[in-house]
Design a protein around this ligand. Sequence first.
Ligand code: PGA
Length: 249
Amino acid sequence: MRKIIIAGNWKMHKTNEEAEKLARGLLEVVKPRDNVKMVLCPPFTALERVSKVIEGSFIELGAQNLFYEKEGAYTGEISPLMLKSVGCRYVIIGHSERRKYFKETDELINRKIRSAIQEGLIPIFCVGETLEERERGKAQVVVERQVREGLKDIDREGEVVIAYEPVWAIGTGRTATPETASQMHKFIRAIIGEIWGEVKAQEITILYGGSVKPENIDSLMSQDEIDGVLVGGASLDVNSFARIYNFQA
Ligand code: PGA
């Protein structure tokens, strides 16, 4: 059985006080479910605070980015060791906003994924095509390149979670239909099979992301190929994220 993950990507939201309130609120209203993990990814500044709130609970901590070196003269960057020291188990890597605004390339993303695995963090590796790429019929070509380049020279022992997030669905209110998402997940799983073999392909958790909300979570999660979600906007509110975690499928 594949691990199911419901992850919240808070992006550049929440001061420390707000972050603590949200984490506490979730702990109060959400009951852990068998085989469904909840991962919170607050901004760097709130990691330690949220970490203390969720310590010893079923909720796990993730960061939104890292730099691949362990330490050194890299002003403004955060290393995997630092993330581990505040209690992170997961780290989002290659989010489309990082690719777009911070010009992250497949090669840089690959280095970050390798570094995360080496240090014992689980990367939530994001891939996804833009609207223009989809309209030109290039969605699969783009996603295949991102997956292959991102996982280059990484062996199958490392744990990786993949998040398929079509760029046109992020923050737009426009969700991929469960069928469209499912098709791409199947395609990604087939690529993983080619890279790492069938056993790993069946094991790997593939999340969907892009305008996931309480209204569409049940239909998304009813697809066998969808092993969880990476949620932006709808993860910023206790009740909405709690409802997403309590999906019915
Ligand atoms: P959204 O963001 O849920 O606000 O569309 C998802 C993401 O970017 O991870």
